[in-house]
Design a binder for this molecule. Structure first.
Ligand SMILES: [Zn+2]
Length: 439
Protein backbone atom coordinates (compact mmCIF):
# COMPACT_ATOMS: atom_id res chain seq x y z
CA UNK A 1 0.00 0.00 0.00
CA UNK A 2 1.30 3.42 -0.97
CA UNK A 3 0.49 6.76 0.64
CA UNK A 4 2.48 10.00 0.70
CA UNK A 5 3.82 8.77 4.07
CA UNK A 6 5.47 5.72 2.50
CA UNK A 7 5.05 2.16 1.33
CA UNK A 8 4.03 -0.75 3.54
CA UNK A 9 2.35 -4.15 3.43
CA UNK A 10 -1.17 -3.61 4.67
CA UNK A 11 -4.79 -4.60 4.43
CA UNK A 12 -7.39 -2.00 3.55
CA UNK A 13 -10.77 -2.65 5.16
CA UNK A 14 -13.66 -1.44 3.03
CA UNK A 15 -17.33 -1.18 3.95
CA UNK A 16 -20.20 0.87 2.50
CA UNK A 17 -17.95 2.64 -0.03
CA UNK A 18 -15.57 3.86 2.69
CA UNK A 19 -12.22 2.82 4.07
CA UNK A 20 -12.93 1.55 7.58
CA UNK A 21 -9.31 1.00 8.51
CA UNK A 22 -5.81 0.12 7.42
CA UNK A 23 -4.37 -2.87 9.26
CA UNK A 24 -1.46 -5.28 9.13
CA UNK A 25 -1.97 -8.17 6.69
CA UNK A 26 -2.27 -10.63 9.59
CA UNK A 27 -5.04 -8.54 11.14
CA UNK A 28 -7.38 -8.85 8.15
CA UNK A 29 -10.33 -10.80 9.63
CA UNK A 30 -10.68 -14.22 7.99
CA UNK A 31 -14.47 -13.94 8.27
CA UNK A 32 -14.76 -11.19 5.64
CA UNK A 33 -14.33 -11.59 1.88
CA UNK A 34 -10.88 -10.36 0.85
CA UNK A 35 -8.72 -10.00 -2.24
CA UNK A 36 -4.96 -10.39 -2.16
CA UNK A 37 -3.18 -8.22 -4.74
CA UNK A 38 0.17 -9.84 -4.06
CA UNK A 39 3.13 -7.67 -4.93
CA UNK A 40 1.09 -5.07 -6.82
CA UNK A 41 1.11 -1.55 -5.43
CA UNK A 42 -2.15 -0.10 -4.12
CA UNK A 43 -2.32 3.66 -4.44
CA UNK A 44 -5.09 6.07 -3.54
CA UNK A 45 -7.35 6.69 -6.53
CA UNK A 46 -5.75 9.54 -8.47
CA UNK A 47 -7.40 12.95 -8.69
CA UNK A 48 -7.00 15.02 -11.85
CA UNK A 49 -7.70 18.66 -11.08
CA UNK A 50 -7.24 19.83 -14.69
CA UNK A 51 -9.33 18.17 -17.40
CA UNK A 52 -11.28 19.59 -20.34
CA UNK A 53 -14.34 17.37 -20.75
CA UNK A 54 -15.98 19.72 -23.30
CA UNK A 55 -19.56 18.61 -22.62
CA UNK A 56 -22.11 20.08 -23.12
CA UNK A 57 -21.63 21.84 -26.42
CA UNK A 58 -18.48 20.24 -27.79
CA UNK A 59 -19.21 16.62 -26.98
CA UNK A 60 -17.78 15.66 -30.35
CA UNK A 61 -14.38 16.65 -28.88
CA UNK A 62 -14.77 14.63 -25.66
CA UNK A 63 -17.55 13.97 -23.15
CA UNK A 64 -18.30 12.86 -19.62
CA UNK A 65 -18.66 9.21 -20.55
CA UNK A 66 -15.52 8.95 -22.68
CA UNK A 67 -13.35 11.13 -20.42
CA UNK A 68 -14.30 9.29 -17.25
CA UNK A 69 -13.73 5.95 -19.00
CA UNK A 70 -10.19 7.07 -19.83
CA UNK A 71 -9.84 8.27 -16.23
CA UNK A 72 -10.85 4.91 -14.77
CA UNK A 73 -8.38 3.14 -17.09
CA UNK A 74 -5.68 5.56 -15.97
CA UNK A 75 -6.21 5.00 -12.24
CA UNK A 76 -8.14 8.22 -11.65
CA UNK A 77 -11.23 8.16 -9.46
CA UNK A 78 -12.00 11.85 -9.63
CA UNK A 79 -11.82 14.57 -12.29
CA UNK A 80 -12.34 18.29 -11.93
CA UNK A 81 -13.63 19.79 -15.15
CA UNK A 82 -12.40 23.09 -16.54
CA UNK A 83 -15.00 25.78 -17.31
CA UNK A 84 -14.04 26.28 -20.94
CA UNK A 85 -14.31 24.39 -24.22
CA UNK A 86 -17.83 23.35 -23.21
CA UNK A 87 -20.76 25.48 -24.41
CA UNK A 88 -21.98 27.36 -22.53
CA UNK A 89 -18.75 27.97 -20.63
CA UNK A 90 -19.25 27.52 -16.89
CA UNK A 91 -19.40 31.20 -16.05
CA UNK A 92 -23.03 31.48 -14.84
CA UNK A 93 -25.34 29.47 -12.63
CA UNK A 94 -27.43 28.46 -15.66
CA UNK A 95 -24.30 27.07 -17.35
CA UNK A 96 -23.36 25.18 -14.20
CA UNK A 97 -26.82 23.59 -14.16
CA UNK A 98 -26.47 22.65 -17.83
CA UNK A 99 -23.17 20.96 -17.10
CA UNK A 100 -24.62 19.02 -14.19
CA UNK A 101 -27.50 17.86 -16.36
CA UNK A 102 -25.05 16.75 -19.07
CA UNK A 103 -22.90 14.78 -16.61
CA UNK A 104 -25.70 13.02 -14.78
CA UNK A 105 -25.64 9.25 -15.16
CA UNK A 106 -22.67 9.23 -17.55
CA UNK A 107 -19.60 9.20 -15.31
CA UNK A 108 -17.49 6.20 -14.44
CA UNK A 109 -15.61 8.17 -11.77
CA UNK A 110 -16.49 11.04 -9.43
CA UNK A 111 -16.20 14.63 -10.59
CA UNK A 112 -16.40 18.27 -9.60
CA UNK A 113 -16.50 21.53 -11.55
CA UNK A 114 -14.38 24.67 -11.72
CA UNK A 115 -16.27 27.87 -12.45
CA UNK A 116 -14.90 30.48 -14.84
CA UNK A 117 -13.88 34.07 -14.18
CA UNK A 118 -14.12 35.97 -17.49
CA UNK A 119 -14.13 39.60 -18.51
CA UNK A 120 -17.76 40.31 -17.64
CA UNK A 121 -19.11 37.74 -15.15
CA UNK A 122 -18.03 39.28 -11.83
CA UNK A 123 -21.61 39.35 -10.57
CA UNK A 124 -21.94 35.59 -11.10
CA UNK A 125 -19.01 34.62 -8.90
CA UNK A 126 -20.93 34.55 -5.61
CA UNK A 127 -23.70 32.34 -6.93
CA UNK A 128 -21.28 29.93 -8.59
CA UNK A 129 -19.44 29.61 -5.27
CA UNK A 130 -22.69 29.06 -3.37
CA UNK A 131 -23.79 26.47 -5.93
CA UNK A 132 -20.70 24.39 -5.19
CA UNK A 133 -17.97 24.94 -7.76
CA UNK A 134 -14.58 23.79 -6.44
CA UNK A 135 -12.95 27.11 -7.31
CA UNK A 136 -12.39 29.40 -10.29
CA UNK A 137 -10.27 29.52 -13.42
CA UNK A 138 -9.23 32.49 -15.51
CA UNK A 139 -6.91 33.30 -18.42
CA UNK A 140 -4.51 36.24 -18.62
CA UNK A 141 -4.11 35.64 -22.36
CA UNK A 142 -6.56 34.78 -25.12
CA UNK A 143 -7.84 31.26 -24.42
CA UNK A 144 -7.94 30.44 -28.11
CA UNK A 145 -11.59 29.42 -28.04
CA UNK A 146 -14.95 31.18 -28.40
CA UNK A 147 -17.07 31.54 -25.31
CA UNK A 148 -14.36 32.16 -22.73
CA UNK A 149 -12.79 35.60 -22.59
CA UNK A 150 -9.49 36.44 -20.96
CA UNK A 151 -9.34 38.93 -18.10
CA UNK A 152 -7.35 42.17 -18.05
CA UNK A 153 -5.70 43.21 -14.82
CA UNK A 154 -8.60 45.60 -14.19
CA UNK A 155 -11.20 42.89 -14.74
CA UNK A 156 -9.29 40.56 -12.49
CA UNK A 157 -9.19 43.22 -9.78
CA UNK A 158 -12.96 43.58 -10.09
CA UNK A 159 -13.36 39.83 -9.54
CA UNK A 160 -10.84 39.28 -6.77
CA UNK A 161 -12.82 40.59 -3.76
CA UNK A 162 -15.57 38.10 -4.62
CA UNK A 163 -13.06 35.28 -5.10
CA UNK A 164 -11.53 36.12 -1.71
CA UNK A 165 -14.97 36.10 -0.08
CA UNK A 166 -15.64 32.62 -1.48
CA UNK A 167 -12.48 31.26 0.13
CA UNK A 168 -11.96 29.19 -3.04
CA UNK A 169 -8.78 28.99 -5.09
CA UNK A 170 -8.32 30.93 -8.32
CA UNK A 171 -6.57 28.86 -10.97
CA UNK A 172 -4.78 30.98 -13.53
CA UNK A 173 -3.42 30.34 -16.98
CA UNK A 174 -0.29 32.39 -16.39
CA UNK A 175 0.94 33.79 -19.70
CA UNK A 176 0.71 37.46 -20.65
CA UNK A 177 -0.16 38.50 -24.19
CA UNK A 178 2.53 41.17 -24.57
CA UNK A 179 5.61 38.95 -24.95
CA UNK A 180 3.68 36.42 -27.06
CA UNK A 181 2.39 39.06 -29.47
CA UNK A 182 5.80 40.71 -29.80
CA UNK A 183 7.52 37.39 -30.46
CA UNK A 184 4.83 36.27 -32.91
CA UNK A 185 5.20 39.49 -34.91
CA UNK A 186 8.94 38.88 -35.20
CA UNK A 187 8.28 35.32 -36.35
CA UNK A 188 5.60 36.24 -38.88
CA UNK A 189 7.61 35.01 -41.89
CA UNK A 190 9.23 32.04 -40.20
CA UNK A 191 8.43 28.42 -40.93
CA UNK A 192 5.51 27.48 -38.66
CA UNK A 193 5.95 23.79 -39.41
CA UNK A 194 8.95 23.98 -37.12
CA UNK A 195 8.41 23.40 -33.43
CA UNK A 196 11.20 25.86 -32.66
CA UNK A 197 9.15 28.66 -34.25
CA UNK A 198 6.19 27.87 -32.02
CA UNK A 199 8.43 27.61 -28.96
CA UNK A 200 9.96 31.02 -29.64
CA UNK A 201 6.48 32.49 -30.06
CA UNK A 202 5.63 31.68 -26.43
CA UNK A 203 8.73 32.82 -24.55
CA UNK A 204 9.47 32.19 -20.88
CA UNK A 205 8.91 35.92 -20.34
CA UNK A 206 5.18 35.51 -20.98
CA UNK A 207 4.92 33.15 -18.02
CA UNK A 208 7.33 35.11 -15.84
CA UNK A 209 5.57 38.44 -16.31
CA UNK A 210 2.18 36.85 -15.65
CA UNK A 211 3.43 35.20 -12.47
CA UNK A 212 4.94 38.47 -11.26
CA UNK A 213 1.61 40.21 -11.83
CA UNK A 214 -0.25 37.43 -9.99
CA UNK A 215 2.10 37.37 -7.02
CA UNK A 216 1.69 41.13 -6.66
CA UNK A 217 -2.11 40.77 -6.70
CA UNK A 218 -1.85 37.87 -4.27
CA UNK A 219 0.08 40.07 -1.84
CA UNK A 220 -2.55 42.78 -2.20
CA UNK A 221 -5.78 40.73 -2.11
CA UNK A 222 -4.62 37.60 -0.25
CA UNK A 223 -6.52 35.19 -2.48
CA UNK A 224 -5.58 31.51 -2.93
CA UNK A 225 -3.57 31.50 -6.15
CA UNK A 226 -2.98 28.31 -8.13
CA UNK A 227 -0.71 28.47 -11.17
CA UNK A 228 -1.86 25.85 -13.66
CA UNK A 229 0.45 24.02 -16.06
CA UNK A 230 3.73 25.73 -15.20
CA UNK A 231 6.12 25.21 -18.09
CA UNK A 232 9.05 27.55 -17.46
CA UNK A 233 11.42 26.45 -14.70
CA UNK A 234 12.71 30.02 -14.53
CA UNK A 235 9.67 30.87 -12.40
CA UNK A 236 10.59 28.40 -9.67
CA UNK A 237 12.79 30.76 -7.69
CA UNK A 238 10.15 33.49 -7.40
CA UNK A 239 7.45 30.94 -6.59
CA UNK A 240 9.65 29.50 -3.87
CA UNK A 241 10.15 32.95 -2.38
CA UNK A 242 6.43 33.71 -2.55
CA UNK A 243 5.68 30.52 -0.64
CA UNK A 244 8.36 31.33 1.94
CA UNK A 245 6.78 34.74 2.33
CA UNK A 246 3.52 33.04 3.31
CA UNK A 247 1.44 33.73 0.20
CA UNK A 248 -1.21 31.06 -0.45
CA UNK A 249 0.31 29.93 -3.76
CA UNK A 250 0.22 26.44 -5.21
CA UNK A 251 1.73 25.26 -8.47
CA UNK A 252 0.99 22.48 -10.93
CA UNK A 253 2.84 21.09 -13.89
CA UNK A 254 1.80 18.42 -16.38
CA UNK A 255 3.08 15.05 -17.60
CA UNK A 256 4.01 16.47 -21.03
CA UNK A 257 6.40 19.03 -19.53
CA UNK A 258 8.00 16.30 -17.43
CA UNK A 259 8.35 13.79 -20.26
CA UNK A 260 8.89 15.48 -23.63
CA UNK A 261 11.64 17.93 -24.57
CA UNK A 262 11.59 20.53 -27.35
CA UNK A 263 14.80 19.15 -28.90
CA UNK A 264 13.01 15.89 -29.76
CA UNK A 265 9.76 17.27 -31.18
CA UNK A 266 9.77 16.79 -34.93
CA UNK A 267 8.73 19.51 -37.33
CA UNK A 268 5.03 19.21 -38.09
CA UNK A 269 4.37 17.12 -34.95
CA UNK A 270 1.43 19.22 -33.84
CA UNK A 271 0.18 16.57 -31.40
CA UNK A 272 2.80 18.10 -29.08
CA UNK A 273 1.36 21.61 -29.33
CA UNK A 274 0.11 23.05 -26.06
CA UNK A 275 0.34 26.42 -24.32
CA UNK A 276 2.59 27.26 -22.66
CA UNK A 277 4.85 25.12 -24.83
CA UNK A 278 7.07 22.17 -24.00
CA UNK A 279 10.54 23.65 -23.44
CA UNK A 280 14.07 22.25 -23.57
CA UNK A 281 15.74 19.36 -21.76
CA UNK A 282 17.42 21.51 -19.15
CA UNK A 283 14.07 23.11 -18.34
CA UNK A 284 12.48 19.67 -17.92
CA UNK A 285 15.14 18.65 -15.41
CA UNK A 286 14.62 21.88 -13.49
CA UNK A 287 10.88 21.15 -13.29
CA UNK A 288 11.76 17.80 -11.71
CA UNK A 289 13.91 19.71 -9.23
CA UNK A 290 10.88 21.92 -8.51
CA UNK A 291 8.90 18.80 -7.65
CA UNK A 292 11.72 17.48 -5.49
CA UNK A 293 11.90 20.74 -3.53
CA UNK A 294 8.14 21.01 -3.19
CA UNK A 295 7.87 24.28 -5.12
CA UNK A 296 5.63 22.41 -7.55
CA UNK A 297 2.81 20.89 -5.52
CA UNK A 298 1.03 18.64 -7.93
CA UNK A 299 0.78 17.10 -11.38
CA UNK A 300 -2.44 17.42 -13.40
CA UNK A 301 -2.92 16.25 -16.96
CA UNK A 302 -4.51 19.27 -18.71
CA UNK A 303 -6.14 16.59 -20.86
CA UNK A 304 -7.46 18.72 -23.70
CA UNK A 305 -8.60 16.75 -26.72
CA UNK A 306 -10.13 17.91 -29.99
CA UNK A 307 -11.31 16.22 -33.17
CA UNK A 308 -8.16 14.88 -34.89
CA UNK A 309 -8.55 17.14 -37.94
CA UNK A 310 -8.08 20.19 -35.70
CA UNK A 311 -4.52 19.06 -35.02
CA UNK A 312 -3.91 19.66 -38.75
CA UNK A 313 -1.54 16.76 -38.96
CA UNK A 314 -1.48 16.81 -42.77
CA UNK A 315 -0.03 20.32 -42.98
CA UNK A 316 1.72 20.22 -39.58
CA UNK A 317 1.30 23.93 -38.99
CA UNK A 318 1.96 24.89 -35.36
CA UNK A 319 0.26 28.25 -35.80
CA UNK A 320 -3.13 26.90 -36.86
CA UNK A 321 -3.24 23.53 -35.05
CA UNK A 322 -5.34 23.22 -31.87
CA UNK A 323 -3.21 23.53 -28.75
CA UNK A 324 -3.88 20.78 -26.26
CA UNK A 325 -2.43 17.41 -25.34
CA UNK A 326 -4.57 14.45 -24.48
CA UNK A 327 -3.34 11.47 -22.52
CA UNK A 328 -5.51 11.11 -19.42
CA UNK A 329 -5.29 7.32 -19.37
CA UNK A 330 -1.48 7.33 -19.64
CA UNK A 331 -0.50 9.96 -17.08
CA UNK A 332 0.38 7.53 -14.30
CA UNK A 333 2.73 5.39 -16.40
CA UNK A 334 4.27 8.49 -18.02
CA UNK A 335 5.05 10.01 -14.62
CA UNK A 336 6.17 6.72 -13.07
CA UNK A 337 8.52 6.10 -16.03
CA UNK A 338 10.18 9.47 -15.52
CA UNK A 339 9.99 9.60 -11.71
CA UNK A 340 11.41 6.12 -11.09
CA UNK A 341 14.34 6.98 -13.36
CA UNK A 342 15.13 9.95 -11.13
CA UNK A 343 14.97 8.08 -7.85
CA UNK A 344 11.44 9.01 -6.77
CA UNK A 345 9.08 6.47 -5.22
CA UNK A 346 5.42 5.63 -5.62
CA UNK A 347 4.72 7.64 -2.46
CA UNK A 348 5.74 10.75 -4.42
CA UNK A 349 3.21 9.83 -7.12
CA UNK A 350 0.53 9.53 -4.41
CA UNK A 351 1.45 12.99 -3.15
CA UNK A 352 1.60 14.69 -6.58
CA UNK A 353 -1.31 12.96 -8.31
CA UNK A 354 -3.78 12.17 -5.50
CA UNK A 355 -3.25 14.11 -2.28
CA UNK A 356 -2.17 17.41 -3.87
CA UNK A 357 -4.98 17.73 -6.44
CA UNK A 358 -7.57 16.61 -3.83
CA UNK A 359 -6.42 19.41 -1.54
CA UNK A 360 -6.66 21.96 -4.36
CA UNK A 361 -10.19 20.84 -5.19
CA UNK A 362 -11.25 20.95 -1.54
CA UNK A 363 -12.05 17.25 -1.31
CA UNK A 364 -9.02 16.14 0.70
CA UNK A 365 -11.09 14.78 3.54
CA UNK A 366 -12.67 12.21 1.19
CA UNK A 367 -10.27 11.74 -1.72
CA UNK A 368 -6.56 11.39 -2.35
CA UNK A 369 -5.50 9.18 0.53
CA UNK A 370 -5.82 5.68 1.92
CA UNK A 371 -7.00 6.28 5.45
CA UNK A 372 -9.97 5.60 7.69
CA UNK A 373 -13.08 7.51 6.68
CA UNK A 374 -11.90 8.22 3.12
CA UNK A 375 -13.76 7.01 0.04
CA UNK A 376 -12.55 3.53 -0.88
CA UNK A 377 -10.92 4.79 -4.09
CA UNK A 378 -7.98 2.57 -4.89
CA UNK A 379 -5.80 1.85 -7.89
CA UNK A 380 -3.84 -1.36 -8.25
CA UNK A 381 -0.63 -0.85 -10.21
CA UNK A 382 2.09 -3.18 -11.45
CA UNK A 383 5.06 -0.82 -11.20
CA UNK A 384 7.38 -3.13 -13.15
CA UNK A 385 5.25 -3.86 -16.21
CA UNK A 386 6.46 -2.12 -19.36
CA UNK A 387 4.45 -1.47 -22.50
CA UNK A 388 4.39 0.66 -25.62
CA UNK A 389 1.54 3.20 -25.56
CA UNK A 390 -1.01 2.16 -28.15
CA UNK A 391 -4.45 3.36 -29.23
CA UNK A 392 -6.33 0.68 -27.31
CA UNK A 393 -4.99 2.10 -24.05
CA UNK A 394 -6.43 5.59 -24.61
CA UNK A 395 -10.20 4.97 -24.10
CA UNK A 396 -11.22 8.61 -24.63
CA UNK A 397 -13.22 9.76 -27.66
CA UNK A 398 -10.48 10.29 -30.24
CA UNK A 399 -7.62 7.82 -30.17
CA UNK A 400 -4.88 10.36 -30.78
CA UNK A 401 -2.10 11.34 -28.43
CA UNK A 402 1.44 12.66 -28.41
CA UNK A 403 2.30 9.67 -26.21
CA UNK A 404 1.52 6.95 -28.77
CA UNK A 405 4.58 4.82 -29.39
CA UNK A 406 6.33 5.81 -26.15
CA UNK A 407 7.78 2.97 -24.06
CA UNK A 408 6.30 3.35 -20.58
CA UNK A 409 6.59 1.65 -17.22
CA UNK A 410 3.84 0.99 -14.67
CA UNK A 411 0.50 -0.54 -15.66
CA UNK A 412 -2.87 0.21 -14.08
CA UNK A 413 -4.46 -3.20 -13.37
CA UNK A 414 -7.61 -2.29 -11.45
CA UNK A 415 -9.41 0.84 -10.34
CA UNK A 416 -11.93 0.88 -7.49
CA UNK A 417 -14.41 3.72 -7.08
CA UNK A 418 -15.89 3.86 -3.58
CA UNK A 419 -15.25 0.16 -3.10
CA UNK A 420 -16.52 -1.06 -6.49
CA UNK A 421 -14.18 -2.24 -9.24
CA UNK A 422 -14.83 -0.03 -12.28
CA UNK A 423 -11.79 -1.01 -14.37
CA UNK A 424 -10.41 -4.52 -14.37
CA UNK A 425 -7.44 -5.48 -16.54
CA UNK A 426 -8.53 -3.61 -19.65
CA UNK A 427 -12.30 -4.11 -19.10
CA UNK A 428 -14.84 -1.65 -17.68
CA UNK A 429 -17.21 -2.99 -15.03
CA UNK A 430 -20.76 -1.98 -14.17
CA UNK A 431 -22.91 1.03 -14.95
CA UNK A 432 -21.61 4.60 -14.59
CA UNK A 433 -21.85 5.38 -10.87
CA UNK A 434 -19.68 8.48 -10.58
CA UNK A 435 -21.18 11.36 -8.58
CA UNK A 436 -20.52 15.03 -8.31
CA UNK A 437 -18.55 15.73 -5.20
CA UNK A 438 -19.68 18.70 -3.17
CA UNK A 439 -17.19 20.58 -1.07
ZN1 LIG B 1 -6.22 23.47 -19.57
Amino acid sequence: MVTPAGVRAAGVLVEDEKIRGVVGIEQVPSSVPSTNFGDAAILPGLVDSHVHINEPGRTEWEGFYSATRAAAAGGYTMLVDMPLNCLPATTTLAALKAKRAAAAGQCLVDWAIWGGVVSDNQEHIDELAEAGVAGFKCFLIDAGIDGFTMVSEGELRAALPRVVRSGLPLLVHAELAGPVEAASRRLERHDWRRFSTYLQSRPDAAELEAIDLLLGLCREYRFRLHVVHLSTSRALERLKKAKAEGLAVSVETCPHYLHFVAEDIADGATLAKCAPPIRNRENREELWRGLREGVIDLIATDHSPCPPEMKRLAEGNFRTAWGGISGLSLALPVIWTEASRRGFGLEDIARWMAEGPARLAGCDRRKGSIAEGYDADLVVVDPEEEFVASEERLHYRHRVSAYLGERLRGAVKKTFLRGTCVFDDGEFRGEPRGCELGR
